[in-house]
Design a protein around this ligand. Structure first.
Ligand SMILES: [Zn+2]
Length: 224
């Protein structure tokens, strides 16, 4: 009888412990796969919109992007690569020729909306943003990511695209993390590596991917 009571007590003690242990297990082991449609801008009028990256080159950039995002168990999968004719190249040219002209609005007006991937991510790639920026995440515009082959430092590394994807998943620029972090804006501590570190808290936010930021990103291009 005493043994039976003891066994029951033991069971009562161990069952709650079992549940506590289960709850504490990390849930980050499963990869989250995110579908991306890549829109390659084409333009006869504006060579800086006319993206010259081949399918293979774009896919190679995603391989590197995914080396960074593997830290978060996130995989960016190319759903398709489509060519889109820029709708409003004059607006882009005008912004490029205007000192400090914002590229966000003309990029949005150049983007055809009829081929957007629903329930996924969309990236539009141009040829050259010059000194203006490396890329921008436009939350208000269907969550579009704008990127270019060339930016402020010439041919861009995929770290810029990986950074914009960070914004698309709700990550702001880091303030305290200066260790060459993926989401560093500008400032000292940047090392031109292809793959960037991500912190545990950034991984939590990105995997949750609830929050979205708005506004043009003028600092991403300085990452190289
Ligand atoms: Zn940024």
């Amino acid at each position: 009888m005493i043994n039976l009571i003891f066994s029951s007590l033991t069971a009562l003690i161990f069952i709650p412990n079992f549940w506590i242990l289960k709850a504490a297990e990390p849930n980050a082991s499963e990869d989250i796969k995110l579908q991306v449609r890549v829109h390659r801008f084409q333009s006869n009028e504006e060579p800086r919109l006319n993206c010259s990256l081949s399918d293979d080159e774009i896919r190679q950039q995603f391989v590197t992007v995914n080396q960074t995002w593997a830290q978060a168990g996130i995989v960016w999968e190319i759903e398709s690569i489509v060519d889109v004719v820029a709708k409003d190249p004059e607006a882009f040219t005008k912004a490029m020729n205007t000192p400090n002209g914002k590229l966000g609005p003309p990029l949005k007006s150049n983007m055809p909306r009829n081929h957007l991937l629903k329930d996924g991510f969309n990236v539009a790639i141009a040829e050259d943003y010059g000194k203006r920026m490396g890329g921008v995440f436009a939350a208000a515009e269907d969550g579009l990511v704008f990127y270019a082959k060339k930016g402020p430092k010439g041919v861009q590394t995929p770290a810029v695209l990986a950074h914009e994807f960070g914004h698309a998943l709700g990550l702001p620029h880091t303030i305290f993390e200066k260790d060459n972090n993926l989401m560093m804006g500008s400032g000292a501590g940047r090392i031109p590596t292809l793959v960037k570190p991500i912190t545990t808290s950034q991984i939590e936010i990105a995997r949750d991917r609830q929050a979205f930021l708005t506004g043009e990103d003028t600092t991403a291009g300085k990452i190289s």
